[in-house]
Design a protein. Structure first.
Length: 404
C-alpha cells in the first residue's frame, strides 16, 4: 500500500497530452495560454495627454510659480479625446487639451488644469513642467513586436485587458479536460427521488462535478450505474470514448458487487496503484487506459472529496498546463492534543481561527467518512502525517485551504 506522497508522485508522473483550443477572449480568463502573443501595434498608438490641462512648450514656462505666473496666449481650439488637431503650438502659446487626446506638434509637456488659470484670451501658468511631463508616449506600454504574453501563463483579468488593447478577440488556450463522472451502487437514487430504507441520494456525482468545475475542467455526468456488471461496463466505455478523465465512485472495494476493477482490468487498463495508506479514502485506484486516466474512488462522500483534492485536482491542473497543482497550503497550530495512528496519513476537516496573530485549527466535529457536513463546514484539510502518533497542542501542521 502506497503512502500519500508516493501516490501523489505516481499521479503527477503521468505523461499528459496538453491540447489547445481557440476561444473568445472573455472565455479565456482563468485558462492557460497556449501560444506566445506578439503585438502588431504600439500601445499607446500615439503621444497623448495623461491629464486635463494645457499643452505648452516647457521652455516657455521655466520658473513659473504661484508668485510669478507665466502668461501665455490661449489658442481658441481645444482638443478632446478622439480628436486630432492640425494646430501647432508656437512659442508663447498654450492649447486646452483633455485626457487621452493626441499631443499636437510643438507641444512637449502638459500643465495640469489645477496649475493654470484662464484669464480672457490668456492663460496664467503657476508651475513649470519638464519636457515630456504628463504625456503618455507612443509605445510606452507596448511596442510593436513585443511579446505581451508567453505561452504557459495563466490568464487573469488584466491580461484580458492587454489582449483587448492589441486587438486580440480570440486566443489559443490549453483545453480543459473533460471529466466523466459515474456513481455506482444499487443503493443510490437520484436527488429528486424520495428516500426509503436502504436508499441514499447520489451526492458524489454532484460533489465531483462541482470540484471538477472549480478546478477548471469540464464535466459530463453519466448518472448512476446499478450493481450490474454489464450496465457498469456500458457506462464506463461510453465515458472513455468521450472523456479525457473518468471518475468512478464506489465499486472499487472488495465486495461481491464491486465490479469496477474487474471491468477495467478486462478492458486492458493499466493499474498504477490500488489503495493508499490514508484516512479517509484508502480504497483508491488510479489507472491509465490508452491516453485516458481513470480514478476508482471510494463510495463514501467525504472520501470522494478528499481524494479529489489530493489526487484528481493535481492531475487536472497538470492536464491544463498549470504549475500550481494543489490548493493553497498554510501552517496552523493545534488548539489541543489529538491522537493519531502512526503510519497512516489523516486528512482532518478543520475550521481555522486566529489567536494573537497566529492561525489555529480545530476539527469540524465528527470525522466519519460519511459525514458530508464536515466538509461543508471546513475551512481546510489538516494533514496529520504518517510519521507521528500524536499531534500535541501548539504543534504546527499543514492545512490545505478549501476556501479563500
Amino acid at each position: 500500500m502506497l503512502s500519500v506522497k508516493e501516490a501523489q508522485a505516481k499521479v503527477l508522473e503521468s505523461e499528459v497530452k496538453i491540447k489547445s483550443i481557440k476561444v473568445a477572449l472573455l472565455e479565456s480568463c482563468g485558462k492557460v495560454i497556449a501560444e506566445d502573443v506578439i503585438s502588431n501595434d504600439f500601445i499607446p498608438a500615439f503621444d497623448n495627454s495623461a491629464i486635463d490641462g494645457f499643452g505648452v512648450r516647457a521652455i516657455d514656462i521655466i520658473g513659473a510659480d504661484k508668485n510669478y505666473p507665466v502668461k501665455l496666449k490661449l489658442i481658441k481650439e481645444d482638443i478632446p479625446a478622439g480628436k486630432v488637431s492640425d494646430m501647432s503650438v508656437e512659442s508663447g502659446f498654450a492649447i486646452p487639451i483633455m485626457t487621452g487626446a493626441s499631443i499636437p506638434s510643438g507641444c512637449d509637456c502638459v500643465v495640469m488644469k489645477e496649475d493654470a488659470l484662464k484669464e480672457g484670451r490668456d492663460v496664467l501658468v503657476f508651475r513649470e513642467c519638464s519636457q515630456g511631463e504628463n504625456i503618455r508616449c507612443r509605445g510606452e506600454d507596448i511596442k510593436q513586436g513585443d511579446m505581451v504574453l508567453k505561452a504557459g501563463k495563466k490568464i487573469y483579468p488584466a491580461d484580458i485587458g492587454v489582449l483587448a488593447s492589441i486587438g486580440v478577440s480570440e486566443i489559443n488556450v490549453n483545453k480543459p479536460p473533460l471529466a466523466g463522472i459515474i456513481s455506482t451502487g444499487d443503493e443510490l437514487v437520484g436527488i429528486k427521488d424520495n428516500l426509503s430504507e436502504g436508499r441514499v441520494r447520489d451526492s458524489n456525482s454532484y460533489c465531483l462535478a462541482a470540484q471538477a468545475a472549480e478546478a477548471g475542467a469540464n464535466f459530463k455526468m453519466y448518472g448512476i450505474a446499478k450493481d450490474d456488471k454489464n450496465l457498469i461496463r456500458d457506462k464506463i466505455f461510453s465515458a472513455l470514448e468521450e472523456c479525457d478523465l473518468l471518475l468512478i465512485s464506489g465499486g472499487v472495494s472488495v465486495g461481491d458487487y464491486d465490479f469496477v476493477k474487474e471491468i477495467l482490468a478486462d478492458a486492458g487498463a493499466e493499474f498504477i496503484f490500488w489503495r493508499v495508506n490514508q484516512r479517509p479514502g484508502k480504497p483508491l485506484a488510479f489507472l491509465t487506459f490508452k491516453d485516458k486516466f481513470i480514478f476508482g474512488l471510494p463510495g463514501n462522500p467525504v472520501s470522494v472529496m478528499v481524494c479529489f483534492e489530493m489526487y484528481v485536482r493535481p492531475l487536472i491542473k497538470k492536464m491544463m498546463g498549470e504549475s500550481n497543482f494543489f490548493k493553497r497550503k498554510i501552517t496552523a497550530k493545534a488548539l489541543q492534543d489529538y491522537q493519531h495512528k502512526e503510519g497512516t496519513t489523516d486528512f482532518i476537516r478543520v475550521v481555522l481561527e486566529r489567536v494573537d496573530n497566529q492561525c489555529y485549527f480545530k476539527p469540524t466535529g465528527k470525522q466519519g467518512s460519511g459525514i458530508l457536513t464536515s466538509m461543508a463546514e471546513a475551512d481546510g484539510l489538516a494533514v496529520f502525517p504518517d510519521d507521528r502518533n500524536t499531534i500535541f497542542k501548539e504543534d504546527p501542521v499543514d492545512v490545505y485551504l478549501l476556501r479563500q
